[in-house]
Design a protein around this ligand. Structure first.
Ligand SMILES: Nc1ncnc2c1ncn2[C@@H]1O[C@H](COP(=O)(O)OP(=O)(O)OP(=O)(O)O)[C@@H](O)[C@H]1O
Ligand SMILES: CC(C)(CO)[C@@H](O)C(=O)[O-]
Ligand code: BAL
Length: 286
């Protein structure tokens, strides 16, 4: 496929390595932002953050099949590479890495990665496929790019924790930076999947962050965690969400449970809920 803009595009590991090793020979540091494309201001904020921390920024655009279950939206996930390249160039990215599925996963690839406990609760319950696929592709991407620093969004908070553990446990020499969630004017976390929402669903979607903020306020005021979680679940259903996978109040550093029934340390409220066929996630510090 030809390059889609003025931004250089590497399609193979060899092309990527040639460019990145050239930068390193010149003494430049390298920042990396992995994405699945359909870029929005949330992704571009990560690119700018990486640009603050490194001399050259690589962004990958790869819709990773191993993190989707068979019934999920791999086929319909939005793909808009030409526009993504323009947006990345505008945010100061120096190289887009967009490998084909066959480049990332040769036919005889058999290695899997299981991160263990950080990947098991919350998203791990409802999307059991996901973190194995994320860990595998992130480990491969970090080995391919070999950046000094990689930036991930707090919007996918459990993913950030899983990636931190992966990098620590496998001794991958990279600094992992978490970047705060970028929201629209109504507080809705920007997400590529918001493009699936009808105008009516968008109105309901925008209630999620308010419900989480209210739950957070109640929990930090000392109300029982299970009661706060149940009330927030009810509030989401009343707002028009079709189904709530979870609303949970967890420890801020590792998303572990508080044993006491009340919040007694730094905490986060985290949720996943459905509007029609679209699944939204959000979280915030409380
Ligand atoms: N609103 C946001 N604020 C900050 N970071 C974000 C935001 N949305 C996505 N990111 C981060 O961008 C990176 C790539 O995410 P991804 O391509 O899956 O985008 P997405 O919009 O979250 O898509 P999806 O709808 O599939 O969740 C991840 O590190 C993710 O946390
Ligand atoms: C980190 C990631 C790019 C791995 O495919 C993906 O999970 C995402 O976009 O958050
Ligand atoms: N944005 C996290 C990756 C996923 O939803 O599959």
């Amino acid at each position: 496929m030809p390059d889609t803009s003025a931004l250089p595009v590497a399609r193979t590991i060899a092309e990527l390595r040639e460019i990145v090793s050239g930068w390193k020979r010149q003494g430049f540091t390298v920042g990396f932002v992995p994405t699945m494309g359909a870029l929005h201001e949330g992704h571009l904020t990560l690119v700018r953050e990486a640009g603050q921390r490194a001399d050259r920024v690589v962004a990958s655009v790869f819709v990773n099949p191993t993190q989707f279950a068979a019934h999920e939206d791999l086929g319909s996930y939005p793909r808009q590479e030409a526009q993504d390249a323009e947006l990345l160039a505008g945010a100061g990215c120096a190289l887009m890495y967009a490998p084909a599925v066959g480049e990332m996963y040769p036919a005889n690839a058999t290695t899997t990665i299981s991160v263990g406990a950080p990947a098991e609760g919350l998203e791990g319950v409802f999307r059991p496929q996901m973190f194995g696929g994320v860990a595998l592709v992130v480990a491969k991407l970090l080995n391919q790019v070999q950046p000094h620093v990689a930036v991930f969004g707090e919007k996918d908070f459990q993913q950030l924790i899983v990636v931190r553990r992966l990098v620590r446990d496998l001794d991958i020499p990279v600094e992992i930076v978490g970047s705060p969630t970028v929201r629209d004017g109504h507080g809705l976390a920007l997400s590529s999947r918001n493009a699936y929402l009808s105008a009516e669903q968008l109105e309901v979607a925008r209630r999620l962050n308010g419900v989480l903020a209210e739950a957070g306020a109640k929990a930090s005021a000392g109300e029982r965690i299970d009661e706060v979680e149940a009330a927030a679940r009810e509030a989401l259903l009343t707002a028009g969400y079709a189904h709530v996978d979870y609303v949970a109040i967890r420890k801020a550093d590792d998303l572990g449970e508080f044993g006491s029934g009340v919040v007694d340390g730094p905490a986060r409220v985290i949720a996943a809920a459905w509007l029609g066929k679209t699944r939204l996630i959000d979280n915030m510090a409380i």
